[in-house]
Design a binder for this molecule. Structure first.
Ligand code: ADP
Ligand code: MG
Length: 262
């Protein structure tokens, strides 16, 4: 049984078909990338899996349980996590405090809310920060961090919820190429060691072809190709529709793409 099964999802906005007959699965410990041109429906699908958007048709099934009508907060408790930008109100707090807040919230220790929380979940927070390479910055305010480092903290915050499935909508947007590769490398490593399934959308083809186990290609709300990176890269329709015939993902940025080839 797959961790996540998406079956025949459909969604229209007025006359615009944002998703139609979208069916795919994500296995535990695997990374599935959703790619496609702007307006293809990537975020729409993402939001239907996260519960922010109700589908017109189809089902979202998590570990065998139909969660199509489950509100986002409950999905979160069932193990559907997503990365969020650190809210502006929290940037004055330290890196560790932001992760501690996520841990406190998860464990429903609402009466011990900040600032009384002090050392609550401090060790757990630092352990998560260690995993994302940010333990040395634990006591700095988030406002002082470089952009790429903020993204690492956001990943630690998402991990604080011990997700089974992690949703990342364009996680590397706005990052420099080297930072992008590092963040994807980190995400892939954590997903594999903790057997978290990751569903991500990306514009950056190096990130996609270097790290995804499987890729689905959306055009105008419909899946036109799906498979391993090597299969998708060589798919004539993908090349034509998506990138005007040029070869895509020709420079995989890590061994993951090689490993994924049959
Ligand atoms: P992507 O993330 O692939 O760029 P989206 O899922 O954001 O694509 O959008 C898919 C299509 O649905 C686009 O034509 C977009 O304009 C439309 N759309 C998305 N969200 C809404 C909305 N809330 N209201 C109306 N149209 C929307
Ligand atoms: Mg989008």
């Amino acid at each position: 049984m797959s961790l996540l099964s998406v079956e025949q999802l459909g969604k229209s906005f007025g006359g615009v078909v944002a998703a139609r007959g979208v069916t795919f699965a994500v296995d535990a410990g695997k990374l599935l990338a959703v790619i496609g041109p702007n307006g293809a429906g990537k975020s729409t699908i993402f939001n239907m899996v996260g519960g922010q958007l109700a589908p017109d048709t189809g089902r979202v099934v998590l570990a065998g349980e139909d969660i199509t009508a489950t509100p986002p907060r409950h999905r979160w408790r069932l193990g559907v996590g997503r990365t969020f930008q650190i809210a502006q109100t929290f940037v004055s707090m330290t890196v560790a405090e932001n992760v501690q807040m996520a841990l406190i919230s998860l464990n429903r220790r609402t009466r011990a809310w900040w600032p009384a929380a002090g050392a609550l979940y401090r060790d757990e927070a630092v352990a998560l920060l260690e995993r994302v390479g940010m333990a040395d910055n634990a006591d700095r305010p988030c406002s002082e961090l470089a952009y790429g480092d903020v993204k690492r903290v956001e990943l630690a915050i998402a991990l604080a919820g011990t997700p089974k499935l992690l949703l990342m909508d364009e996680p590397t947007a706005g990052m420099a190429p080297k930072e992008r590769a590092q963040l994807m490398e980190l995400t892939a490593g954590i997903a594999r060691e903790r057997t978290i399934g990751v569903l991500f959308t990306e514009h950056d083809m190096d990130a996609v072809f270097g790290h995804a186990d499987d890729i689905i290609v959306l055009v105008r709300g419909e899946i036109i190709a799906a498979g391993r990176p090597a299969e998708v890269r060589n798919n004539a329709r993908v090349r034509q529709v998506y990138l005007g015939g040029t070869e895509i993902g020709a420079r995989p940025s890590s061994q993951a793409a090689e490993a994924a080839q049959p």
